[in-house]
Every structure is written in structure tokens, then in C-alpha cells.
Design a protein around this ligand. Structure first.
Ligand code: GGG
Length: 356
């Protein structure tokens, strides 16, 4: 008798092209899972900007308890042109990351065969790095407030929060990943500690302490401005890059674009303790300019689904999904406009399904 493993997956399409990439990835994921001997029970939650228009909040007050019952969460995108971005992001994605303590945001960037690199002279596979972004504190801690709100003397205070606990665990996650990847065995730590003389000085100190426990891993410490320059000048020299919430967010958009398109960039928001469901999402946003036109690239979401299956221990299903993405890219068929092609989302999905 074949015993099928069952997983309960929460789908959060969110906004804009989230409503296109999530159904697209679901079809591909369902086929890969069935072929790999796993059954997926999906529950879709229609939270996001449309919910906000109706209820004045992005998701209901019991959203986290409801999500907690699932094995993992697959999210599309957040953002609507008619709602300020701080409301949409702080109303949905950030509370889930913080509420479930999903402290490790893993954002790989790989230059696939068949994808045009905007930098000259890079072969497929020659850019292969992972940004490990601190995901629950730092510049996104939402500590602060307004004084004299809306008066001429208005003051806004936004405090970054860097705890030793939070800093140490994300740096340790980066070193552990560098060991597991077995690539260059290198971790680059990114700060702006020359100007941010408290929080990021603590970060640098903790980085040196943790590094001492990993003598097999090479290290470098870079200021974020130098890191941005070096992502363009010597991207092949990076393996694992660990950064604060804000710097990791920015650098992972840069790593996405030097490897071809943000439409190819997946990410995992992990609770490594596995007490809460981890959340997987494409790095891209809701793209209102192309939303509803069937042009969204579903590959980042399919790769995020692959990361999800790997997290659930289904390595063969994850590998099958990544293989299908690699083949579609290498054949240069069924590529969406962000990759220089003319395919529609549905064409890319058909090409993936044919490969599985
Ligand atoms: N894929 C989710 C999404 O919409 N991301 C866009 C965004 O603005 N993300 C901010 C963040 O990752 O902190």
C-alpha cells in the first residue's frame, strides 16, 4: 500500500498579480505533488486590499490562529494603488512574519541558463548567492510614532530595534546555510556600522563572535553601499549574504535583477524552530501595471513553492519543480515579457505541466 503524505497549505493570493501567480503555481504544485506521492489540501484566504475596502483591515483579527493550523503558507503579493503601501504591508505580510516569528527570510538568486544577465560576461550558474535577511526586527520593527500629528511642528520617530538575540540567530542561520550549501563556504555580513554606531556596531561584534564558531567558513564585512557596488562588480564572489531587514530587502531586489528578473526571485520566511507555519512568497510585489492582463511571470512563485516542499521534507517534489523551471528557462520558450518573451502566464504554466 502506498502511503501518501498529506499537507495542509494556506493560500494567500493577496493583491494584483498575486491572483494570477498563486492559481498558476497551485496547478503546477498539484501535479508535482501527485507525481511525488504527496496530497496537498489547499485553503484559500481572500485577505488583502479588497478585504480592506470592505472591512477597513487587511485581514481579520483571528487570521493568525487560522493560519497556524496549516503546515505552510504560500503568499502572492501585497499592495494596491489606492491604499498607502504602509497600510497594506503593515496590515498583512509584516504581522504574519512577526506574529509567527518567521525570523529568517531566505532569498536565493541564481543565473539560470536561457536567462539574459544584464551584466556582461556571466555564464549560467556563475551568479549563485542567497540573501539571508533578518525578518522580524531591525528597521521594520514598527517602533515609533508621531508627535504633533498633522500640525506644522509634526515629528515622526521611527526606531530600529536590534536585539542580541535577533542578531545572533540570523547570523547563525546564515553560517549554517553556508555549510549546507557547500558552495563557496563564504558569508558576507552587510551593515552601515560606520554611521549606525550602536545597532550595527552590535551586529558587527556578534558577527565576529559567531564567525569564530565556524572556522571552515570565510567571512567578509561590507558597508551596504560597498555591497551594492560589489553585487554589480563581482557578483560571483558572493555565496551567503546576511543583512538587516531593510538592507536585505533592498539587496535581494538587486540580486534578483542581476540574475535576470524579479519575476524569478523566490523567498522563504522561515521559523526554523517549526513551531509556526513558515511562509513562502515571490519577492515581487502586486505589479498593478500588469495585473489582470495574464502577463505575470509565475516562475518566482513556483520556485517559492519548491522551497516550501523542501521545507516540508519533500525534496524530490522540490527538485521536480526546480527542474521544470530550469527546463522552461533553458528552452527559451514560454517566457513572459519580463524575461524578454511574449508568453502569457498560462503558456508558462502549460510548459511547466508538460515537463512534470
Ligand atoms: N510577495 C509579497 C510582496 O508583495 N512583496 C512586496 C513587498 O513590498 N515586500 C516587502 C517586504 O518583503 O518586506
Amino acid at each position: 500500500m502506498v502511503i501518501m503524505k498529506r499537507y495542509s497549505i494556506a493560500l494567500l493570493p493577496g493583491d494584483g498579480i498575486g491572483h494570477e501567480v498563486i492559481p498558476a503555481a497551485r496547478k503546477v504544485l498539484e501535479k508535482a505533488a501527485a507525481a511525488g506521492g504527496a496530497a496537498l489540501d489547499f485553503t484559500s484566504y481572500e485577505w488583502g486590499s479588497e478585504y480592506y475596502f470592505e472591512h477597513g483591515i487587511m485581514m481579520p483579527p483571528d487570521a493568525l490562529p487560522r493560519l497556524r493550523d496549516h503546515d505552510a503558507i504560500l503568499l502572492g503579493a501585497v499592495g494596491h494603488p489606492d491604499i498607502p503601501d504602509h497600510i497594506t504591508l503593515n496590515g498583512l505580510l509584516l504581522p504574519i512574519r512577526r506574529g509567527f516569528d518567521l525570523y529568517a527570510n531566505i532569498r536565493p538568486a541564481y543565473l539560470y541558463e536561457g536567462v539574459a544577465c544584464p551584466l556582461k560576461g556571466y555564464e549560467p550558474g556563475s551568479i549563485n548567492l542567497v540573501v539571508v535577511r533578518e525578518n522580524t526586527e531591525g528597521e521594520y520593527a514598527q517602533a515609533g510614532g508621531f508627535v504633533h500629528h498633522h500640525f506644522p511642528a509634526e515629528v515622526a520617530i521611527q526606531t530600529s530595534v536590534f536585539t542580541r538575540h535577533g542578531t545572533e540567530r540570523i547570523i547563525r542561520a546564515a553560517f549554517d546555510l553556508a555549510r549546507r550549501r557547500n558552495h563557496l563556504k563564504r558569508v558576507a555580513s552587510i551593515t552601515k556600522s560606520n554611521a549606525q554606531g550602536f545597532s550595527m556596531v552590535l551586529w558587527d561584534r556578534v558577527f565576529r563572535e559567531v564567525a569564530a564558531e565556524y572556522p571552515d567558513i570565510q567571512t567578509e564585512s561590507l558597508l551596504v553601499d560597498a555591497a551594492a557596488m560589489n553585487f554589480v562588480r563581482r557578483p560571483s564572489s558572493f555565496d551567503v549574504v546576511v543583512a538587516s531587514n531593510l538592507f536585505g530587502d533592498i539587496l535581494s531586489d538587486l540580486s534578483a535583477i542581476i540574475t535576470g528578473s524579479i519575476g524569478l526571485a523566490p523567498s522563504a520566511n522561515l521559523d526554523p524552530s517549526r513551531q509556526a507555519p513558515s511562509l513562502f512568497e515571490p519577492v515581487h510585489g502586486s505589479a498593478p501595471d500588469i495585473a489582470g492582463r495574464g502577463l505575470a511571470n509565475p516562475l518566482a512563485t513556483v520556485l517559492a513553492a519548491a522551497m516550501m516542499m523542501e521545507h516540508l521534507g519533500e525534496d524530490a517534489i522540490a527538485a521536480a519543480l526546480e527542474f521544470a523551471v530550469r527546463q522552461v528557462l533553458a528552452s527559451s520558450q514560454a517566457l513572459t515579457p519580463d524575461l524578454g518573451g511574449q508568453a502569457r502566464t498560462a503558456d508558462t504554466v502549460e510548459a511547466l505541466l508538460a515537463l512534470l
